[in-house]
Design a protein around this ligand. Structure first.
Ligand code: CTP
Ligand code: MG
Length: 236
């Protein structure tokens, strides 16, 4: 089986939970727009052949004409306009993947601390099994809580993992999963869910505590702390 990998980067959200005027993927982290961090890692990972960056319509011109040229990435990169929901953005991005790709690696622009090693491990697992995601086991006790803040139940933490990205799939499998999800009117916050629904087995490889998604304002502080720790050769 071939092993050409397209990296699809959803960056077309509005960042409602961040609450800033500028969508969070364009806010500064370590002196660069947030989305640049993931793009640099995907650009540096030899296993990635091409990159598809999915951005809000309003930011298409800026990304195409200013942001990407300033990065000087040494592999083909296409910019695509996204849709209303994350799954719409991924579906639109899939349409731009070159026909000779064997796998698609989906990685959220909002996760700046992905590593080349994580990318390689996820791709290796997908080559063997067809579908893989990175995830970490839950560490805390998990409660189901009512809207008025009363504990309803305590879940058994055993076997509960937190899904991250990258998530890697044989391209035909992910296209089929998105088509079926669309046909069935399913809402999905990650791609693995759509593939699971096909009855396909998705394998899990270790993510990391550092591979956070920048979602709320406090996550930007955490992000700066992770960058500072890395600069001091520390890791959490
Ligand atoms: N995303 C996207 N298109 C959308 C919605 C989300 O490409 N219509 C992207 C985001 O830009 C982000 C990733 O999917 O890189 C993960 O989504 P999330 O963290 O939920 O970002 P937002 O949807 O922008 O944030 P919020 O849910 O707080 O509005
Ligand atoms: Mg969202």
């Amino acid at each position: 089986m071939g092993s050409r990998v397209a990296a699809l980067v959803p960056a077309a959200g509005q960042g409602a939970r961040m609450g800033t005027e500028v969508p969070k993927q364009f806010l500064t982290l370590g002196g660069a727009p947030l989305l640049v961090h993931a793009l640099r890692i995907l650009g540096a990972a030899d296993v990635v052949t091409e990159i598809i960056l999915v951005v809000p319509k309003a930011d298409y011109g800026y990304c195409q004409q200013e942001l990407l040229p300033s990065l000087g990435l040494e592999k083909p990169i296409k910019v695509v306009m996204g849709g209303a929901r994350r799954q719409d953005s991924v579906r639109l991005g899939l349409q731009a993947v070159s026909p000779d790709m064997d796998f698609v690696l989906v990685h959220d622009a909002a996760r700046p601390f992905v590593t080349v090693e994580m990318v390689e491990q996820a791709v290796d697992a997908a080559k063997v099994h067809g579908a893989s995601i990175v995830a970490i086991p839950m560490r805390d006790t998990v409660k189901r809580v009512t809207p008025d803040a009363v504990i309803q139940s305590t879940l058994d933490r055993e076997g509960l993992w937190l899904a991250q990205t990258p998530q890697v799939f044989r391209i035909g499998l992910l296209v089929e999963a998105h088509q079926k999800g669309e046909k069935d009117g399913v809402e999905a916050t990650d791609d693995a869910f759509l593939v699971e629904r096909l009855g396909y087995r998705v394998w899990v490889v270790p993510g990391s505590l550092e591979n956070i998604k920048i979602t709320k304002p406090e996550d930007r502080l955490m992000g700066e702390a992770i960058l500072a720790a890395r600069a001091n050769r520390m890791s959490i």
